[in-house]
Design a protein. Structure first.
Length: 342
C-alpha cells in the first residue's frame, strides 16, 4: 500500500542501490582481510597507527628500518618484535581496504542525498549513521593496535562490524533492491518472526564466543608458536568447548526456521531462497569449524570460518526483514520511487 506520493529520480535510486550493494561487497572483503590478518598473526605487523613502522609506505626489508627498530617498537610488542614483510604488508593491505570501505560508504551517503530532498529521510539518516560508525570503527581499529589486541577491544571491533553490515543490508532492502521478491503471507509472520529473532540472537552470541576462542588461541600461539598448530586445540580451555557445544543449538534452531519458511512460503519464494542460502552457508560454517578442530587449525580455514559466520548472520537478518514485513521502497521506472509496506 502506498504511504507517500513523494518520488525521487529513478536514476538516482539505481545509483544508490548500486553503490550500497558494492559497499556491502567491499565490507565483506574487509572482513575476510581481517580474518586473514588474525589467522596469520599479522595483527601487529604494523606496530604503530596510522603509519607503519613510522612511514606511510611500509618497508619490504629490515635494512630499510633503523638499526635500533627493535628497541623503538619492542616495548609495545613486549620485546618480541621481529620484522616480517609478509605480516607487515598483510596488515597494511587490511588498513588500505578499510580506508577504501570508508570511501565507499561516504559515496553511498552522497548518493542518499536525493532521498533527503524527496522526503524519504530514513535512507539518508541511516546512510549517515553507517558513515559515522565506519569512522568510529577506524578509530577503534587504531585502539586495537594501541591496546595490543586486548580481547574486549577486538570483540567490540567485531560487534561493530556486524552492526554496520546490518545497516547496509537494511539500506539495500529498504531501497527496493529486492522489491519484487519481498512478499510473505501475513499468516506466516507471527511464528516466523519469533524464530527469526531467536536465530539472530543465537548467531550473534556464537560469533562473540568465537572471538573469545580466537583470543584463547592467541595465548596458545604465544606459548607454543605457529609450528605447533596441531597442538593448539588441545590446549584451549572452556571457551572452545562452549563454542563447539553451542553450535549444536545454533544448528537446531536454524534448521527449525529453514523448514518452517519452506513449509509456509515454499522453496521458490524469496524467503525460501534466502533460507536455502542460510542452509548452505551454515553447512560451510560447520565444515570449516570441523577442519580447524580436527586438522590442526589450517590457516585458510580461519578467515573462511569468520566470513561464513558474517555472511550467515547477514542472510538471517535479511530473512528477518522479509518475515517482519519492514517498509521498503517500491521502484517504478515511470513513477519513480515511493515507500511501500510489505
Amino acid at each position: 500500500m502506498t504511504s507517500s506520493t513523494q518520488h525521487i529520480n529513478s536514476k538516482a535510486n539505481r545509483r544508490f542501490r548500486r553503490l550500497a550493494l558494492n559497499t556491502v561487497i567491499t565490507l565483506y572483503l574487509l572482513i575476510i582481510a581481517g580474518g586473514v590478518v588474525r589467522s596469520t598473526g599479522s595483527g601487529m605487523g604494523c606496530p604503530d597507527w596510522p603509519k607503519c613502522f613510522g612511514t606511510w609506505i611500509p618497508p619490504t626489508d629490515a635494512s630499510q628500518l633503523p638499526p635500533d627498530y627493535k628497541q623503538i617498537y619492542g616495548a609495545k610488542l613486549k620485546g618480541e618484535v621481529e620484522f616480517n614483510p609478509v605480516k607487515t604488508w598483510t596488515e597494511y593491505v587490511n588498513r588500505l581496504l578499510g580506508a577504501f570501505t570508508g570511501i565507499m560508504i561516504f559515496l553511498t551517503l552522497l548518493a542518499s542525498l536525493p532521498f533527503l530532498r524527496s522526503g524519504n529521510k530514513q535512507i539518508f539518516y541511516l546512510s549517515l549513521a553507517a558513515f559515522i560508525l565506519v569512522g568510529f570503527q577506524g578509530w577503534l581499529g587504531a585502539k586495537v593496535v594501541s591496546f595490543e589486541l586486548k580481547p574486549v577491544v577486538v570483540t567490540l571491533h567485531m560487534l561493530l562490524a556486524i552492526v554496520i553490515v546490518f545497516m547496509l543490508l537494511y539500506l539495500l532492502t529498504w531501497s527496493g533492491y529486492v522489491d519484487k521478491l519481498l512478499k510473505i503471507n501475513e499468516s506466516s509472520k507471527g511464528s516466523l518472526n519469533t524464530l527469526g529473532v531467536l536465530v539472530l540472537g543465537l548467531s550473534l552470541v556464537q560469533i562473540l564466543i568465537g572471538t573469545q576462542v580466537r583470543e584463547a588461541i592467541d595465548h596458545v600461539i604465544f606459548e607454543l608458536g605457529y609450528a605447533a598448530r596441531s597442538e593448539w586445540i588441545s590446549q584451549l580451555g572452556t571457551e572452545f568447548y562452549v563454542h563447539r557445544s553451542f553450535s549444536i543449538i545454533v544448528l537446531f534452531v536454524n534448521t527449525l526456521l529453514i523448514r518452517r519458511v519452506w513449509e509456509l512460503e515454499g522453496k521458490s519464494s524469496f524467503a525460501g531462497k534466502v533460507a536455502l542460502g542460510c542452509a548452505w552457508v551454515l553447512a560451510a560454517e560447520i565444515a570449516t569449524g570441523i577442519l580447524m578442530a580436527y586438522l590442526g587449525v589450517p590457516p585458510y580455514a580461519q578467515p573462511l570460518h569468520l566470513t561464513f559466520a558474517i555472511v550467515l548472520i547477514g542472510l538471517q537478518f535479511v530473512s528477518w526483514l522479509v518475515i517482519n514485513g519492514k517498509t521498503y521502497l517500491k521502484y517504478n521506472d515511470n513513477a519513480g520511487v515511493q515507500p511501500q509496506s510489505v
